[in-house]
Write a protein that binds this ligand. Structure first.
Ligand code: EPZ
Length: 416
């Protein structure tokens, strides 16, 4: 499928931010710890959520939509393996590992391959789980994990891995004794997972800081939990207001969690203010290029790197973007250059010189956030832009063309 985008139209209106993809995915895995019914409110309709639902059903859970809520009953869980066909649809399914081990004492997942943006190793996950008593064999591309019982441990992550922190939170929730995670990820989605686990009866402190303490409990129950709003979708919509010189009011916009992004966009010349009805974003002047370095939270998020690059392509002056989290997250650059952007790469650094305008062109999406950056560029470009392979986009954005068309864009989805 492709998106055909007619550029040059200013966006104006109100939009509601979806539930957070990177929060609901680990929370869906955590549902299996409860052995009960969990109701997730504001669960976004995304390809990756559908994949997680297929995994839960494969494991034996009953999952059903009840209007905007998703109900997960893990009392009927019988399996502990995730087959290749499901793992390869979504490499971040590795976040099921800690929960399956904690619930079943064994786990079998096909080794999560890399993806367009990098090798995506899971060594930090496995070594931390081994400290809790798990043993892993790697056979024929599968991770076979076993543990009689998971025991609390004092773990120090070499890197504040988001997925690794999430896997260990879930494994530690039902372990014997206390687990301390040092150099833990501080991302808001990790905090959301911890809050969900606490709602199920877990004992967790320090989430949101780099030292998290978990006291294992004998069992967890079900709960009803409202997923946090998606700060990356919100940031993408803020960029859409800026790049089209429009004005958007975002309700359910996670303002505090977007500190680093909003600071950079304001530095570029955008006005972004919280109001009683939501966060209002518009351009106050011609945008200016700025320098951005991606960092673990609370630094500038790597998941907004491609989007702010599109914004910079049409700014006055130049800006430098350094990508420090993933080794190959500039796949959108050559596509933006096809549209007339002036971007030069040097290792993990991109130098962007603003141009007067971009020209619509056929471009290829390569990963989730790269495709978002191409949509943003298409919204501002002169003429029509065709973004191909938008299955990448559907993994993380809920009907993005419907949202953007509702505030003045002219986008249609077409078979390739
Ligand atoms: C999560 O990925 C997000 N995905 C990513 O969002 C996000 O970009 C990333 O965190 C960083 O914020 C989900 O939450 C589903 P990491 P994750 O473990 O958990 C290295 C999107 O667009 N590393 O913090 O995989 C790794 O190679 C996606 O929504 C190891 O070396 O991120 C990478 O360079 C893309 N060994 C860095 O750490 C490990 O064992 C960050 O990885 C684990 C990670």
């Amino acid at each position: 499928m492709s998106l055909m985008i007619e550029g040059g139209r200013r966006l104006s209106g109100d939009l509601t931010v979806q539930g957070a993809k990177n929060s609901v995915l680990p929370i869906l895995a955590a549902c299996i710890l409860s052995g009960d019914v969990c109701v997730l409110q504001r669960c976004p309709h995304l390809e990756d959520v559908d994949t997680s639902i297929d995994i839960l059903r494969h494991l034996g859970c009953a999952v059903r939509w009840n209007g905007p809520d998703l109900e997960v009953d893990s009392s009927t869980l019988t399996r502990w393996n995730i087959p290749d066909r499901l793992m390869h649809r979504m490499r971040s399914s590795v976040v099921f590992l800690g929960a399956i081990l904690a619930r079943c004492g064994q786990a079998e997942l096909s080794y999560p391959g890399g993806c367009a943006i990098g090798a995506r190793p899971v060594d930090l996950h496995l070594s931390a789980l081994e400290k809790m008593g798990a043993r892993f064999d790697l056979e024929d591309g599968y991770i076979l994990g076993r543990c009689r019982k998971l025991n609390g441990a004092h773990i120090h992550f070499d890197f504040p891995t988001v997925g690794g922190t999430e896997n260990l939170l879930m494994a530690a929730a039902l372990a014997d004794g206390e687990t301390i995670l040092e150099n833990a990820a501080r991302e808001p989605e990790v905090v959301d997972l911890a809050r969900f686990l606490i709602a199920c009866g877990a004992r967790i402190e320090g989430h949101g800081t780099s030292v998290i303490r978990i006291q294992g409990v004998p069992r967890l129950g079900g709960c009803t939990y409202r997923i946090m709003p998606d700060r990356i979708e919100a940031g993408t919509l803020l960029a859409a207001a800026g790049i089209t010189d429009g004005e958007l009011l975002l309700t359910d916009c996670p303002f505090e969690e977007l500190d680093a992004v909003i600071a950079k966009m304001r530095q570029m010349g955008m006005e972004i203010e919280p109001t009683a009805d939501g966060v209002l974003a518009r351009r106050s002047c011609a945008l200016r290029g700025v320098d951005v370095t991606t960092q673990p939270f609370p630094g500038f998020p790597t998941d907004m790197q491609a989007q702010i690059m599109s914004l910079m392509c049409l700014s006055e002056g130049s800006g430098v973007i350094s990508e420090t989290i993933f080794e190959n997250r500039f796949m959108h650059v050559q596509e933006l250059v096809r549209m007339g952007a002036d971007i030069r790469l040097s290792g993990h650094t991109a130098i962007i010189r603003g141009v007067q305008r971009l020209a619509g062109a056929p471009v290829m999406a390569s990963d989730l956030r790269a495709s978002a950056s191409l949509v943003l560029a298409g919204l501002a470009a002169k003429g029509t832009t065709t973004v191909q392979r938008i299955y990448h986009l559907d993994r993380g954005y809920e009907h993005i063309e419907n949202k953007l068309n509702a505030v003045g864009a002219r986008i249609r989805r077409e078979a390739e």
